[in-house]
Write a protein that binds this ligand. Structure first.
Ligand code: CUA
Length: 332
C-alpha cells in the first residue's frame, strides 16, 4: 500500500473519530451520577463508547476510501480481479474484536462485583412495589411513598412486589432492579451528592404504569440520622407539601415550590390560577379540590385524563384540605 493511501485512510478515520467524539461528549446522554455505583456504570459506558468510536472510525475510513478509490468507471464493464481471502487480515479482524469484547466483559464484571458490595453495616431500606406506587420502609418501621437516603453511606435496597412485576429505576443512580412478587431482589446504593431525583417504574405493570413514579432525596448523613430518629418526619415545609410528596403528585405535575416536582404528564401546577380562570368552574380552592377528587370532571385542554380517581379516598379529608391550601398558596 502506498504511503499516500495510508495518510488518506488515517485522515478519513480522524475526521470520523472527531465528529463521533463530539456527538458523544457534547450531547448530555447521561445524567450526572449521584452514587458511586452510577459513577462506575458510567465508566463502563465511556470505556465501551471509546472502543466503539475507534472501531467506527476504522470501518468508515476503509469504506469511504474503497468507495472513492475502487468504484467502477461508468464505461467499465470488466470483471474485478479474482481475490480469494487474505488469511493475515482475517486473523487480525478476528483477534482485535475478540480482545476488545473480552476487555469490555472484564471491566463489566469488575464493576458488577464492586456494585454489589454492601460494606459491613448497610442501611437496609425495604422497597415494596404495588400497582401503582412505591413504598419505602425504614429500620424504624416507618413507611413512606418516597425515599430519603444519607449521603456517603452504603444503602441496601431489599426489593419485592405485591402483585405483578415492577422495576425500580432512578436515572441518577443508574441501576435498575426488578421487583418480583414472592422474591427479594437487591440493589446497593452509595449516594455521593445531595438532591432530589426521580424514581421510575420501568416494567409495564398495568394501566397506571406511566404514573408509577416517586423520588429519592439524598441528604447529608447527620441530617439523615436526626430525620430517622425523629421518626422520619417529612422534611420541614408547609404540611400540604408533605401530602403533595406522599401522594406522588410531583411525578406527573410540575410545581416549582416542591423540590423534584417536574412531571410533564399532567398540567403545570404553577399555572393553576390561569387554568382555573380558563376552566371557569368556581373559586380556585374548589377547582383544585375537584381536580384532585374527581379528575375526570374537567380535563385541561391538551391533556388526556390519566390521573387516578382514588385520591379522594386515599388522602384523608384533613390532609386533602392541607393539600388544597398548599396548592392554592403556591399557585402564581
Ligand atoms: Cu409498576 Cu410499571
Amino acid at each position: 500500500m502506498r504511503r499516500g493511501s495510508i495518510f488518506q485512510l488515517l485522515g478519513i478515520a480522524a475526521i470520523a473519530a472527531v465528529i463521533t467524539s463530539l456527538v458523544a461528549v457534547l450531547v448530555p446522554w447521561l445524567p450526572i451520577p449521584a452514587s458511586k455505583e452510577a459513577g462506575r456504570i458510567h465508566f463502563v459506558y465511556w470505556f465501551t463508547t471509546v472502543i466503539c468510536i475507534a472501531v467506527f472510525a476504522v470501518v468508515v475510513a476503509v469504506m469511504t476510501y474503497s468507495v472513492l478509490k475502487f468504484r467502477a468507471r461508468p464505461d467499465d464493464d470488466s470483471d474485478g480481479p479474482p481475490i480469494h481471502g487474505h488469511t493475515k487480515l482475517e486473523i487480525v479482524w478476528t483477534a482485535i474484536p475478540a480482545v476488545l469484547v473480552t476487555a469490555i466483559s472484564i471491566v463489566s464484571a469488575i464493576v458488577l462485583a464492586q456494585n454489589s458490595r454492601t460494606g459491613s453495616h448497610p442501611l437496609v431500606v425495604k422497597v415494596n412495589a404495588v400497582q401503582f406506587a412505591w413504598k419505602f420502609t425504614y429500620p424504624n418501621g416507618k413507611s413512606y411513598g418516597y425515599m430519603t437516603l444519607p449521603k456517603g453511606r452504603h444503602v441496601k435496597l431489599d426489593i419485592t412486589a405485591n402483585d405483578v412485576i415492577h422495576s425500580f429505576w432512578s436515572p441518577e443512580l443508574s441501576q435498575k432492579q426488578d421487583a418480583v412478587p414472592g422474591q427479594h431482589t437487591y440493589l446497593v446504593i452509595t449516594p455521593t451528592r445531595t438532591g432530589t431525583f426521580p424514581v421510575i417504574c420501568t416494567e409495564l405493570c398495568g394501566l397506571g404504569h406511566a404514573l408509577m413514579r416517586s423520588h429519592v432525596t439524598i441528604i447529608p448523613a447527620p441530617k439523615f440520622d436526626s430525620w430517622l430518629k425523629s421518626g422520619g418526619q417529612a422534611p420541614a415545609g408547609p404540611p400540604g407539601l408533605a401530602v403533595f410528596e406522599q401522594s406522588g403528585c410531583g411525578g406527573c405535575h410540575t410545581l416549582t415550590a416542591a423540590p423534584g416536582a417536574n412531571g410533564k404528564v399532567g398540567p403545570d401546577l404553577d399555572n393553576l390560577k390561569q387554568a382555573a380562570a380558563k376552566a371557569n368552574r368556581g373559586p380556585l380552592a374548589a377547582f383544585i379540590k375537584e381536580s384532585i377528587v374527581k379528575p375526570d370532571a374537567y380535563i385541561a385542554p391538551g391533556y388526556q385524563n390519566q390521573m387516578p380517581t382514588s385520591f379522594g379516598t386515599s388522602i384523608p379529608p384533613d390532609k386533602l384540605t392541607q393539600l388544597v391550601q398548599y396548592l392554592e398558596q403556591s399557585a402564581k
